[in-house]
Design a protein around this ligand. Structure first.
Ligand SMILES: Nc1nc2c(ncn2[C@@H]2O[C@H](COP(=O)(O)OP(=O)(O)O)[C@@H](O)[C@H]2O)c(=O)[nH]1
Ligand SMILES: [Mg+2]
Length: 331
């Protein structure tokens, strides 16, 4: 199929076409390849904000307030809600979507839920492609929201310029969760619900946690290459009230400060390089897995190896090594 008509409409800012193209890239990676191929040179203009936090921390409220501010600034905004954990939350996301829609005239806001979709080649791949479509569509800011539960969030956030994590006063469980991997890529910590008791305490806890982790964070030997954009940035901490918008002016200053940091220090090119690497890795994983699966299901030599493993004259590791050798010859 020829997608040039659709792509032309997308670049003109046609909303329906954006929605249609997103569905296409989610459902078929070969189609995604063609579409991204055609629009790639029109991407790179949007600022990507990753936002995460446990359910109930106020992400929807926080994002609604942010959107209102961005709309007042005349910005065009895309929101991608990602929930890789449970199809049951689809309803909740839809509720959020309706709730969010109540607040504004929607001309400049595009909301998309990725729940239950994008399985082909992984959620991170589908999210990356959706970001590109919204970028080419003309969004100035793209907000990617996740529930912050693990590795998939980390992969998804590798595409974000600025990663914001929401916490709330009390408990402490939320900090524990974040320690599991998202913390290393967090640029701004937001203590939401500052009107509740314990907000300052939470800010202090975060400061202490960051202090404790300093050695880890600044030991370049230990920083995985993907996180290199973090190197000289000390995460900002800010308390806000998402219901009233209190402190959002300061929050936006902090986000701008991070943006400036990325640009001035040249960290942005580092970030871009890493982004290209991780994106390519996602795609490669998908393509190679497909190739290997094809090989495993329809190859006489592989069949022979399988029998050898069954007879215990070979083990699965050795078989894997032999298959890698076969693949090397193919390329
Ligand atoms: N007191 C207070 N409540 C808030 C604030 N922000 C959000 N909430 C409430 O927290 C609840 C969960 O918010 P929601 O945005 O749905 O959280 P999400 O699950 O992270 O999307 C709702 O009842 C919100 O009204 C805040 O700053 N202060
Ligand atoms: Mg929500």
């Amino acid at each position: 199929m020829d997608y040039s008509g659709l792509i032309e409409k997308l670049l003109e800012g046609n909303t329906r076409t954006a929605a249609r193209l997103i569905t296409l890239v989610e459902n078929n990676i070969d189609v995604a390849e063609k579409i991204i191929n055609s629009i790639y040179k029109n991407t790179g203009n949007a600022y990507i904000l990753g936002i995460t936090g446990a359910p109930g921390t106020g992400k929807s409220t926080f994002i609604s307030t942010l959107i209102k501010i961005f709309i007042d600034q005349g910005k065009k905004i895309g929101i991608i809600c990602v929930d890789p954990t449970s199809p049951l939350t689809g309803g909740a996301l839809l509720g959020d979507r309706i709730r969010m829609k109540e607040h504004f005239s929607l001309e400049n806001v595009f909301i998309r839920s990725m729940a239950n979709r994008g399985q082909l080649g992984g959620l991170a791949r589908a999210t990356d492609d959706t970001i590109k479509i919204l970028d080419a569509y003309g969004c100035d800011i793209i907000i990617v929201e996740t529930v912050g539960v693990g590795q998939s969030d980390v992969d998804i956030f590798k595409s974000a310029h600025t990663v914001v994590v929401l916490l709330v006063p009390g408990l402490g469980d939320d900090i524990q969760t974040i320690k599991a991997g998202i913390m290393e890529i967090t640029d701004v910590f937001v203590v939401n619900k500052m009107d509740l008791d314990g907000a300052d305490r939470k800010v202090a806890d975060l400061m202490q946690m960051l202090e404790l982790n300093k050695t880890y964070k600044y030991d370049s030997e230990k920083i995985p290459i993907d996180f290199a954009k973090m190197k000289d940035w000390t995460p900002e901490i800010i308390k806000v009230n998402s219901r009233t918008g209190e402190n959002f002016d300061i929050l936006l200053d902090k986000i701008s400060k991070h943006k400036e940091f990325l640009e001035k220090t040249g960290t942005i090119s580092n970030y871009l390089k890493n982004r290209i690497k991780t994106e390519t890795l996602q795609i490669l994983k998908h393509k190679l897995t497909k190739k290997i699966e094809e090989l495993l299901h329809s190859n006489e030599v592989v069949e022979k190896y399988i029998n050898e493993v069954m007879e215990k004259s070979l083990d699965p590791y050795s078989m894997a090594n032999l298959i890698i050798k076969m693949l090397e010859k193919k390329f």
